[in-house]
Write a protein that binds this ligand. Structure first.
Ligand code: NAI
Length: 331
C-alpha cells in the first residue's frame, strides 16, 4: 500500500482523490497546512500532496525528508511556495500539475470581470431585498474596448481568446511572445508599459517569480489608463496591495477583481466569518464598492479537480515505484 499525506485537505479533495486513487493508494487527509511545524506528521508517508498555501521552505522539506518522504506532489500549477533548491539538495522529487484546466481559470477571470463591470453581485443582493432600483449599476460594453493580457501562457491565451469573442481589441505582453498564435487570433504584442497605458481592462497571467513580484506597483499603476479595471487570478504577490489601495482611493482605477491576494495564506480557504479579521489591507479592500474578491477559486471546476487528482495519483504511484513521472510534471 502506498501512503500519501494530503495537507490543507478540503471536502472536495476527499471526494476526488479517492476516486482517482485506486486500491493501492491510501490518502491521509490532514486539514491543517503543511509547514515546518506540521511536517513531522508526514511520517510513514512516501509522498506528501501539498496545496498553494502550504509553506514548503527548507526547514519544512528537511523534516519531510527526515520523516522518510521521497516525493512532494504539488496539487497546483503554481510552484512559488516550494524551495526547489532545498528539495533537490535533500533528494526530494517534486511534481506539480501544470495544466489541469486552464479553461477553469480563464473562465473565472472573465466571470469576475463581467460581475465587477455589470455589478451583478450588487444587483443580486438588491433584488433579493426587493430593491429593483438600477441606480449605480451602470457598466460598460466590453465590445470595442482594449484588453491587456500580461502573460500569454496557457491561461492568458484562453482569456485573450474569450475577450476576442466579445469583440474587444487585445494587446498582450510576454517575455516569450508567440507571434504565430497572436496573428491567428488577431492579437497584438506590445511592451508591457504600452499595454498598461492602452488597456481599459488589464488581466494578469504570469507566474510569481522574482521578476514578476509586485509587477503592479505605484509606478506601473500610474501608467495605467485612468478608470481601467484590473483583474488578477494568478498570484497575489504580483500586486503591491498598499499601492493598489492608494490607486483605488485616488479613483485612478475603475475597479479591481481578485481571486488571489498577497497575504492570503491562512485567510483564503478558511471560514473566518465568526472571528476578527486581522488583515487591515484586506479589510480595506473589502470596503470598496468597486472591488470584487473571490477566495482563490478560479481552479474550482469538476473537470479541474478530476484532472488534479488523476495526475497527482498517477505521479504518487510512479514515484513510489521509481518510474518516471508524467511528462512535464517534474520540477
Ligand atoms: P504558463 O506557464 O502557461 O504561462 C505563464 C506565461 O507568463 C508564459 O507565457 C511566460 O512566458 C509568461 N511570463 C513569465 N514571466 C513574465 C514576465 N515577467 N512578464 C510577462 N510575461 C511573463 O502558466 P499558466 O498555466 O498560464 O498559469 C499562469 C498562472 O496562473 C500560474 O503561474 C499560477 O500562478 C496561476 N494560477 C492560478 C489559479 C487559480 O486558481 N487562481 C489556478 C492555476 C494557475
Amino acid at each position: 500500500m502506498i501512503t500519501a499525506a494530503l495537507y490543507d485537505a478540503k471536502p472536495y479533495d476527499r471526494e476526488y482523490f479517492p476516486a482517482a486513487g485506486g486500491k493501492d493508494l491510501a490518502w491521509r487527509f490532514q486539514e491543517f497546512r503543511l509547514t515546518a511545524d506540521t511536517a513531522a506528521t508526514a511520517a510513514g508517508a512516501v509522498a506528501v500532496v501539498a496545496f498553494v498555501n502550504d509553506r514548503l521552505d527548507a526547514p519544512c522539506l528537511k523534516i519531510l525528508a527526515g520523516a522518510g518522504v521521497r516525493h512532494v506532489a504539488l496539487r497546483s500549477a503554481g510552484f512559488n511556495h516550494i524551495d526547489l533548491t532545498a528539495a533537490k539538495a535533500l533528494g526530494l522529487a517534486v511534481t506539480r500539475v501544470p495544466a489541469y484546466s486552464p479553461h477553469a481559470v480563464a473562465e473565472h477571470t472573465v466571470a469576475l470581470l463581467l460581475t465587477l463591470n455589470r455589478k451583478i453581485h450588487r444587483a443580486y443582493n438588491r433584488v433579493r431585498e426587493h430593491n429593483f432600483s438600477l441606480a449605480g449599476l451602470v457598466g460598460f460594453d466590453i465590445h470595442g474596448k482594449t484588453v491587456g493580457i500580461i502573460g500569454t501562457g496557457k491561461i492568458g491565451r484562453l482569456t485573450a481568446q474569450i475577450f476576442r469573442g466579445f469583440g474587444a481589441r487585445v494587446l498582450a505582453a510576454d517575455v516569450a511572445p508567440d507571434p504565430t498564435w497572436a496573428a491567428a487570433q488577431g492579437i497584438t504584442y506590445a511592451p508591457r508599459d504600452e499595454v498598461l497605458a492602452a488597456a481599459d481592462i488589464v488581466s494578469l497571467h504570469t507566474p510569481l517569480t522574482p521578476e514578476t513580484h509586485h509587477l503592479i506597483n505605484a509606478t506601473t499603476l500610474a501608467r495605467m489608463k485612468p478608470g481601467a479595471c484590473l483583474v488578477n487570478t494568478s498570484r497575489g504577490k504580483l500586486i503591491d496591495t498598499v499601492a493598489l489601495i492608494a490607486a483605488l482611493k485616488s479613483r485612478r482605477l475603475g475597479g479591481v477583481a481578485l481571486d488571489v491576494y498577497e497575504e492570503e495564506e491562512g485567510v483564503f480557504f478558511e471560514d473566518l466569518s465568526g472571528v476578527v479579521l486581522e488583515d487591515d489591507a484586506l479589510s480595506r479592500l473589502l470596503t470598496f464598492p468597486n472591488v470584487l474578491i473571490t477566495s482563490h477559486q478560479a481552479f474550482l471546476t469538476h473537470e479541474a479537480l478530476g484532472e488534479i487528482a488523476r495526475v497527482t495519483a498517477e505521479n504518487v504511484r510512479r514515484g513510489a515505484s521509481g518510474e518516471p513521472f508524467l511528462d512535464g510534471t517534474q520540477l
